[in-house]
Design a protein. Structure first.
Lengths: 75, 858
């Protein structure tokens, strides 16, 4: 592994650590893995508000389930 | 590339949904396990997530990571988790510093995401998010701004306006950008000094130090920006306003250092020292804030257009927000300092307490904290006073003042309340109670030589739920204080009364005083009167008090008093009052009772003087009664047999009989008066007062009650026995009456002497053998006439007898007349008296309404 990639990996890990810490302080209830997925999604340019809405809705399972009609699947 | 991103995105979304569902404890089918990717539930969730994601493609706020971090920090701080806020700031600083490959590119998005999730969770827990409804402007300013921006963003997005700010920032040709740049130039031109410098100066000023531009101006009496510097007027005013804190700080700080260093300790006192210490603590809190602010002041202030690289900068406006709370506190402290400059001790605590009545919870809490500290020395004093009787008051701050006095006046004068030092949160009655409790302890210790109170005090403290150690009480626990005082007072007073009653036999001594000084013991008084009577008829200066003491002793021994406690009898003494030249023994003789410590607290000198007055009155009354009884002994009708006068001339015989009759009637009248008066004094004054006193003694809860009861007892006796101020005239006429009765007695004696003589003569004339016997008697006789009768014949005898009887009759007439008028005067005065019992006396004296009918005009 070349040193540059190694450096990048370490930075990524540390960033994730820091973000996880902050997340714990804020008491978001996210685990590390979920957080990393969310960070990746953010990096891809998704709207954080929308992501937060997803987290909120899916954590509040299963109440939204009946509202979603199966027929209205997108794409 | 696009394709790959899309695929990656889909994968990630699937992964996210999977993670979230597996985490969800509410998931009914497969808790804590990987959900089946093909299950309809999962598919539903996934499609729901995708729908949400695709519906909101753009964020509603400008991407500013620092601002978001700042807002999160504020929120944590306002929630009271300052430690978390600090940790978060630290983490964020590190997080932001990660740049380059591998780091998170979209930092603001991550932060924003975390923020929203945490808020969502919180509001889900709390039901609703209070910050949306009631943004606290002073503290949540930034957050409020953000949320309103979010709201605005949402609205505008619906209108179709997408990522406005983002676009503006990216376009260098934009008009707004140009305008911002111009603004920056204008600002720079207007301000000679940058805002950072001013902020730093203001921070200095707030610590009482002159800055580079902001200096203390003694003319204006405040910190001002020097005139030579060109800044807009608004800035100047702002600086001036912010520097009020510095001025206040100077004042408080000045007071503290003055009190701590310059004044001698006596001028400040422990309460003052406690106040200073409390202020010092508040100031160190203030220093902490200033240190944080100073660190923040190092960050450059971005102008509008410049990219916000750091959220932690301090502008003058931000400073004014930060200063809002310390300003309130500092103002309060300055007011207190002003108020307390001349006060000390309890007065100071009271003055501070007055300021604690405030509706603002911030002020209220602050004052409570302060007062707890300030009052702790005071409460400590109360505690040690109530439980140990110690007056630990070196600097004269306590509301109880002690002064060195003799043991007998310790209770009355030893300690008193100092109204000026009584803080207003201790009520007057509580203060009285505190005073009395400590006084009781001291009294027990000094006068009664008692050690039992210590156990009682410990018991009281245990009952009140506080320990006897120091620092058990504080401000705001007035209830606890009161219950402690009440418990202690109850027990110690009870203990004191126990000691008084049991060990010092207060009741027995009172009874002894009543029996001997108030002549309650009849046989003793009778005997004493018999024994000392002849002695007391001598002129006062020839009487030896030693002899009288001996006579007293024999009176005790020959009456029932001999069975009394020797300790009590031992205290009974004869006292000769200072006498003038003409006084007889009767005028100066009195009895005295030596109460000794600690009973002399009750029987003080002035009390004993009053007892003495009562004694003198009663003694005189007794003497008059005694004299009348003595007269009766000679007057008894059977002593003179009328047949022995048969030989007398008829006229003389008639005269004799009428004189005798006259004398009898007068005696009867006097006897009626004296015995009724005697009865009234004994049964309606002394016994009634005593029974009242006894029952009050039973219910007395403390020594003050006892003293009051005794005072009342004595007062009622004095008032009812005509010895009071208002019955002076009555008392005087009564004494004239007494003197008259005594005079009557000597006249009656003389009359009967003469009659006996006459009788003897008439018998003699028929029986000369008795001549010798009679003549010897005659030489001893004090009567002036007898010598002349001896040699005269029967005629001369008759003539002399007639003359003698005439004289006597005249005397008796004079006395009778005087007596009638005096008695009339006395009776006329009775109804004028205030005291209700005196009316009963009148009723008793004039039972048959004889006197009223005699003088119907009255």
């Amino acid at each position: 592994m070349d040193p540059e990639a190694e450096q990048a990996a370490r930075t990524a890990r540390e960033s994730l650590d820091l973000a996880f810490h902050m997340s714990n302080i804020l008491d978001t209830g996210l685990d590390r893995h979920t957080l990393s997925v969310l960070i990746a999604l953010c990096d891809l340019g998704l709207n954080p508000e929308a992501l937060a809405a997803v987290v909120k809705e899916l954590q509040r399972e299963p109440s939204p389930m009946p509202i979603v009609p199966t027929s209205s699947s997108p794409h | 590339m696009e394709e790959e991103d899309q695929r990656k995105l889909t994968d990630l979304v699937v992964e996210l949904v999977r993670r979230l569902l597996s985490q969800n404890p509410l998931n009914p089918q497969t808790p804590y396990s990987d959900p089946d990717l093909r299950s309809p539930h999962f598919q539903q969730s996934l499609s729901y997530a995708v729908r949400i994601l695709s519906s909101r493609l753009t964020p509603s706020i400008a991407p500013d990571a620092a601002a978001i971090a700042e807002s999160i920090k504020r929120r944590l701080a306002t929630e009271g988790k300052s430690a978390d806020a600090l940790t978060f700031a630290d983490l964020y600083a590190k997080f932001a510093s990660k740049t380059g490959p591998g780091s998170v590119n979209n930092k603001w998005a991550v932060l924003y995401l975390l923020k929203i999730i945490s808020e969502d969770r919180k509001s889900a827990r709390n039901g609703l998010d209070s910050s949306v409804f009631l943004p606290n402007l002073a503290l949540n300013g930034v957050e409020g701004e953000n949320s309103s921006r979010v709201l605005r963003g949402r609205e505008s997005r619906e209108k179709g306006w997408s990522n406005g700010v983002l676009l503006v920032a990216k376009d260098p040709e934009n008009l707004r950008d140009i305008a911002f740049k111009e603004l920056v130039n204008v600002v720079k031109e207007e301000n000679e000094v940058s805002e950072e410098v001013l902020v730093r100066d203001v921070l200095y000023a707030c610590q009482g130090i002159d800055g580079k531009h902001v200096k203390f101006d003694s003319d204006v009496d405040g910190y001002v920006l020097s005139d030579s510097i060109k800044v807009p007027k608004a800035t100047r005013i702002m600086v001036r306003k912010l520097c009020e804190l510095g001025w206040l700080f100077r004042k408080v700080k000045g007071y503290i250092s003055e009190s701590m260093d310059q004044f001698p300790a006596e001028d400040v006192g422990t309460v003052g020292q406690a106040f200073c210490a409390a202020l010092q603590d508040e100031l160190s809190e203030y220093y902490k804030l200033l240190a944080v602010l100073e660190a923040q002041a190092m960050n450059p202030i971005p102008l509008v257009s410049e990219n916000a690289s750091s959220g932690n900068y301090l502008s003058l406006r931000r400073l004014s927000v930060w200063f809002a709370e310390p300003m309130v506190k500092m103002r309060l402290m300055a007011v207190l300092v002003d108020k307390c400059r001349v006060l000390r001790g309890g007065a100071m605590a009271g003055a501070i307490h007055l300021h604690a009545q405030h509706g603002d919870p911030l002020v209220h809490d602050f004052m409570r904290r302060l007062l707890r500290r300030v009052c702790s020395p005071l409460f400590e004093m109360v505690r040690s006073w109530v439980l140990e009787g110690e007056l630990e008051d070196i600097f004269a701050e306590f509301f109880i003042v002690g002064q060195p006095v003799k043991a007998e006046s310790l209770w009355r004068e030893g300690y008193r309340l100092h109204a000026g030092m009584l803080p207003s949160f201790i009520s007057q009655s509580l203060a009285q109670r505190i005073l009395r409790t400590g006084k009781s302890i001291n009294f027990l210790r000094v006068c009664c030589d008692d050690r039992g109170w210590a156990d009682t005090a410990t018991e009281a403290a245990a009952a009140a739920g506080t320990t006897t150690r120091r620092g058990g009480l504080g401000y705001g626990e007035t209830d606890a204080l009161e219950s402690l005082v009440v418990e202690a007072a109850k027990r110690i007073d009870k203990h004191l009364l126990d000691v008084m009653y049991k060990r010092y036999r207060f009741k027995e001594h009172c009874l002894a005083i009543k029996r001997y000084l108030l002549l309650g013991q009849g046989d003793f008084v009778q005997y004493l009167m018999d024994v000392v009577g002849p002695e007391l008829s001598e002129p006062a200066n020839t009487i030896s008090s030693f002899k009288l003491a001996g006579l007293l002793e024999s009176a005790i021994r020959s009456s029932n008093a001999q069975y009394d406690d020797p300790d009590i009898l031992d205290r009974l003494r004869v006292k000769m009052m200072p006498h003038g030249s003409g006084d007889r023994g009767w005028d100066v003789f009195s009895l005295e009772y030596d109460a000794r410590v600690p009973l002399d607290t009750v029987f003080t000198e002035s009390v004993m003087t009053r007892y003495l007055r009562i004694f003198n009155f009663l003694w005189k009354l007794r003497r008059v009664e005694h004299a009348l009884i003595g007269a009766w002994k000679t007057m008894k009708p059977n002593c003179i047999t009328s047949h022995s006068f048969n030989k007398l001339q008829h006229a003389v015989k008639l005269q004799l009989l009428s004189t005798l009759r006259r004398c009898q009637v007068l005696w009867d009248e006097m006897n009626h008066f004296v015995s009724n008066l005697q009865y009234y004094i004994m049964f309606e004054v002394l016994e009634v007062s005593w029974s009242d006193f006894s029952s009050e003694m039973e219910v007395a809860k403390d020594l003050d009650d006892l003293l009051a009861a005794h005072e009342k007892y004595l007062h009622s006796i004095v008032e009812k026995s005509l010895l009071g101020e208002r019955s002076q005239n009555l008392y005087k006429s009564l004494f004239v009456l007494f003197d008259l009765i005594l005079r009557f007695r000597s006249h009656a004696d003389r009359l009967y002497e003469g009659i006996h003589e006459l009788q003897a003569r008439t018998v003699d004339s028929s029986l000369p053998s008795r001549d010798k016997n009679k003549s010897r008697k005659q030489t001893n006789d004090r009567s002036s006439e007898p010598g002349t009768w001896l040699s005269d014949g029967r005629k001369a005898l008759t003539q002399r007898a007639g003359e003698f009887l005439r004289n006597m009759q005249q005397d008796l007439d004079a006395i009778s007349k005087e007596y009638t008028s005096l008695l009339e005067g006395f009776l006329a005065q009775l109804p004028v008296q205030q005291h209700i019992d005196l009316k009963f006396l009148l009723f008793r004296l004039d039972f048959t309404e004889f006197y009223r009918q005699l003088h119907p005009t009255k």
